[in-house]
Design a protein around this ligand. Sequence first.
Ligand SMILES: CSC[C@@H](O)[C@@H](O)C(=O)COP(=O)(O)O
Ligand SMILES: [Zn+2]
Length: 205
Amino acid sequence: MSPGAVLAAAARELYQRGWLPGTSGNISVRLSADTALITASGRDKGALTESDTVLVSVDTSAAVRPEAPRPSAETTIHTAIYRATKAEAVVHTHSPYATAVATRAGNRAELSTVDFRDFELLKGLGLRDPSATSIPVFPNHADVPRIAAEVERYLIEHPDAPPVLLIEHHGLTTWGADYAQARNRMECVESICQLSLLLKGRAFS
Ligand SMILES: CSC[C@@H](O)[C@@H](O)C(=O)COP(=O)(O)O
Ligand SMILES: [Zn+2]
């Protein structure tokens, strides 16, 4: 399968799980040192096809070909992650439990963190110490490049940060060495957030 067909099939699968409602969410894979393929903006992710993907520059976040569809509105966040980490794939969802945790834990104006401890699924995140982690929660600025700049600065200043970020009132982003790993991490975090909410308050200790 071509990278575009892989992205489209991935988006359809995440949509079926209920994690990309109402055209939300975006996925990208790195294709070379300076390029990544990302989902086009505003498309129904449950019906995505290969033609709904766009090649963008990791350096500028712009589409490589001017006639291409408009890339995701959140392309700058993906490219910030590619510049700041060794990620080869990035997944952004509006999965409900992670979004609820981000919204309860966040601070509208400033970066905060949410701490998780002792969940077996933390082992799915590739952490040096999987017994606990601190996930950053970024303010949901209307200006997406401002979110991206804060993400890039945080990841450069915290090289051991988990491959996960939350955006308040918005959603979840994970990344990994390939799409399968990024998606698997997303599923682990969504499940940890669900468990945290079931356990009421434990995510906010
Ligand atoms: C449908 S509202 C969600 C969007 O504002 C955005 O957060 C999102 O996840 C999808 O944006 P997109 O530009 O389609 O990649
Ligand atoms: Zn989003």
